[in-house]
Design a protein around this ligand. Structure first.
Ligand code: T6T
Length: 330
């Protein structure tokens, strides 16, 4: 084996061992695989960071990574992208489905064409794959944050910021997205169980439009002058809700907890507009997505789900390099 191959083999064994995949065969390294990554949308710092992690794994494994997505978070625009990717017959597809139900049939086409499917960030159906039950269990693996837990963490942070009582609401994208549905579910469950003096008002759905989220904040405040806080359940919801608080002149009075950590949210932590950001680890999701696809293509069994972590960012730790490294790339 020449030196480069030895290095590659060593890297592969190390990566495989790290996630418990056993040994990768020497032959696997000689095949050139193309792995497609279809994000929820292309211009979101969350998926841009996921792509970087995926590319790092692809480079380590000698795999070609194709990143192809739609400009907005919408099944209507994502499905044609998926169809175009399927037509090119990649070795495997990693996808963040933009709807739990509407992506089932389009993804089945990939599965029936013999293209292994792994979902990253979001899931289809119930997210329980390879069970033999239901019509959406065919993806091989689901690699993501624990979004119910993330929602609970957000509730605890917001309850702490408002002193354990008062009115709050969830700024969310739209029903049908596994991640943001689960965050809202976790948020409401924790508030109900742990903070009886907090009232959770009706959720406001913004269609991933930060301007809409900002207007909604002002409308909710107009109806509830005693509004104490808002949970922005994803990047655009949080950014918009924060802007709405600022435009209403309520910085520091209406408290904001943000899911996701682009640089703009970090700026808002520094100015005091946002109390806490719950950063996901999208680079890990992309990295383990590619590694898992590669392991499957190489004949290894892979975990049916892989959970990635969170980092909670607030004013006290925002400048710590060990925390700052989880701020998303733009
Ligand atoms: O919060 C992430 C992602 O996890 C979610 O599925 C959709 O929104 C983001 O991409 C942030 O904009």
């Amino acid at each position: 084996m020449e030196r480069r191959s030895i290095l590659k083999a060593t890297a592969l064994v190390g990566i495989a061992a790290a996630i418990g995949l056993g040994t990768v065969s020497a032959n696997a390294q000689d095949k050139k695989y193309t792995i497609a990554l279809i994000p929820g949308l292309t211009t979101d710092a969350f998926y841009i960071t996921m792509r970087k992690g995926a590319q790092a794994a692809a480079d380590a494994l000698g795999v070609e990574l194709v990143f192809q997505g739609a400009p907005d978070f919408n099944p209507v625009t994502q499905v044609p992208v998926l169809d175009a990717v399927i037509a090119k017959k990649p070795s495997a597809i990693l996808i963040a489905p933009t709807d739990k139900t509407q992506l089932v049939e389009p993804l089945r086409k990939a599965n029936e064409a013999g293209i292994p499917v792994i979902t990253v960030d979001t899931f289809i159906g119930t997210g329980m794959y390879q069970t033999g039950a239901g019509d959406a269990d065919f993806p091989l693996s689901y690699i993501a944050s624990d979004n119910v837990l993330g929602g609970k963490m957000a509730a605890r942070a917001l309850a702490a910021a408002i002193g354990g009582e008062g009115k709050v609401y969830v700024s969310n994208v739209k029903p049908g997205i596994s991640t943001t549905d689960q965050r809202e579910e976790g948020f409401k469950a924790a508030m109900a169980a742990e903070f009886p003096k907090v009232t959770v008002l009706e959720t406001q759905f913004n269609d991933n439009d930060a301007n809409k989220a900002a207007s909604q904040l002002q409308a909710v405040f107009a109806r509830n002058s005693d509004l104490k806080g808002v949970f922005g359940a994803n990047l655009f919801s949080a950014l918009g809700a924060g802007n709405g608080v600022q435009q209403a002149g309520q910085t520091g009075t209406i408290r904001v907890v943000a899911f996701d950590a682009p640089t703009s949210i970090v700026d808002n932590i520094n100015t005091g507009l946002v109390d806490v950001a719950i950063a996901q680890h999208p680079a890990e999701i992309g990295y383990y997505g590619v590694v898992s696809a590669f392991a499957h293509l190489s004949g290894q069994s892979i975990p049916v789900s892989i959970g990635t972590g969170f980092t909670v960012i607030d004013k006290s730790n925002v400048t710590d390099p060990n925390v700052a490294k989880y701020v998303y790339s733009d």
